[in-house]
Ligand binder design. Structure first.
Ligand code: A2P
Length: 281
C-alpha cells in the first residue's frame, strides 16, 4: 500500500490511491479520507471540481497531527478545472486550491480536462498556455510534480515540445475501457497512467467474467479489477465511503492474476465506462 513508483521527474508516487470524486457531503468527505489514511492509504486524490478540498486537507492535517504519519509520507493530488484553463486563470485557481486545502505544498497538480477542438478553435494553444502556468507553479516548489487528466494522445502531443512534460495522465480506465492507445503513448513517453472510475462507477462489479475470476482467486470482484489495473502499471483510484470497502480495496498486494486471466479481462467489451470524452463533453 505504501509501495511507490518513480515518476519521470524523480519523485515517487504510491501505487494505489484513494479517490474522492462525488464525495461532496463535507462529513462524508472528511470521514472517508480519515478512514483511508487510518487503513494505510498514503495517496489521496481530490480536485477543485469535487468541492471537497477543504475537508480532504483537514482530514490529512488532522491525521498528521496524531503523529501517525508525516506530511512527506502522504501523496496529495489536486486539479485545475476546465473552466480555469489558460495561463492567468490557472495560476489563480492554484492559489484558491492551496487556500482551500490548507497544505504547504501538493505532491501533484493536474490539468483536470483538456481544451478540445470540439469547443475551442485554439485548443492546442489553450493547453500550452495552461501548461506554462503549471510549469511555473512546479518551478515555485509548491508542487512536487505536474501532469494532466483526460488527455488523449492528440492532447498530449501538444505538450511534448516542452522541457517539462507531464509526469502523470489520469484517465478513465475500467474493464472494457482500457484506452490502450493513450496508455501505450504514455508508457512509451514515461508518463505514469492513473485510472479514475477504476470500478466503472461500481457497474464493472457485476460483470460475469469478473465474478467468476473473483471466485477462482477467492477475492472480491473489486480486488480482481484493481489488481488488473495495477498489473498494467496503472495506478487505480478507487473511491468508496464505506470503511470496509475502503479496506478491502487496498488488499491487493498478496496475489497476482495470471497472464491468461489478464488477457481475458483485456478483451472484455465496453461495460461500465462513463461515456465522457474530452472531445465530446
Ligand atoms: P460506496 O462508496 O458505497 O462503497 P469508481 O471508483 O469506479 O467510480 O466506483 C465507485 C463506486 O463503487 C461507488 O459507488 C462505491 O460505492 C462502489 N464501490 C467501491 N468499492 C466497492 C467494493 N469493494 N464493493 C462494492 N462497491 C464498491
Amino acid at each position: 500500500l505504501t509501495d511507490r513508483i518513480k515518476l519521470n521527474n524523480g519523485t515517487s508516487i504510491p501505487c494505489l490511491a484513494f479517490g474522492t470524486y462525488k464525495i461532496k457531503d463535507p462529513a462524508e468527505a472528511y470521514n472517508s479520507v480519515k478512514s483511508a489514511l487510518e487503513i494505510g492509504y498514503r495517496h489521496i486524490d481530490t480536485a477543485a471540481f469535487y468541492e471537497n478540498e477543504k475537508q480532504v486537507g483537514q482530514a490529512i492535517n488532522d491525521f498528521i497531527a496524531t503523529g501517525a504519519a508525516k506530511r512527506e509520507d502522504i501523496f496529495v493530488t489536486s486539479k485545475v478545472w476546465k473552466s480555469e484553463l489558460g495561463y492567468k486563470k490557472t495560476l489563480a485557481a492554484f492559489e484558491k486550491t492551496m487556500s482551500e486545502i490548507g497544505l504547504d505544498y501538493l505532491d501533484l497538480y493536474l490539468i483536470h480536462w483538456p481544451a478540445s477542438y470540439a469547443f475551442d478553435d485554439d485548443w492546442e494553444n489553450t493547453n500550452r498556455e495552461t501548461w506554462k502556468a503549471m510549469i511555473e507553479i512546479y518551478k515555485s516548489g509548491r508542487v512536487k510534480a505536474i501532469g494532466v487528466s483526460n488527455f488523449l494522445t492528440h492532447h498530449l502531443k501538444a505538450l511534448m515540445e516542452f522541457d517539462i512534460i507531464p509526469a502523470v495522465d489520469q484517465i478513465e480506465i475500467n474493464p472494457g475501457f482500457l484506452q490502450k492507445d493513450t496508455v501505450d503513448f504514455c508508457q512509451e513517453h514515461g508518463i505514469l497512467v492513473e485510472a479514475w472510475s477504476p470500478l466503472g462507477r461500481g457497474k464493472s462489479l457485476e460483470h460475469p467474467l469478473l465474478k467468476d475470476l473473483a471466485e477462482k482467486y477467492d477475492r472480491t470482484v473489486a480486488q480482481i479489477i484493481l489488481r488488473w489495473e495495477m498489473q498494467h502499471d496503472v495506478v487505480p483510484l478507487p473511491k468508496s465511503v464505506n470503511p470496509e470497502r475502503i479496506r478491502s480495496n487496498s488488499e491487493l498486494f498478496d496475489f497476482e492474476l495470471s497472464e491468461d486471466d489478464m488477457e481475458m479481462i483485456d478483451e472484455i467489451e465496453p461495460y461500465g465506462n462513463s461515456g465522457h470524452s474530452p472531445d465530446q463533453a
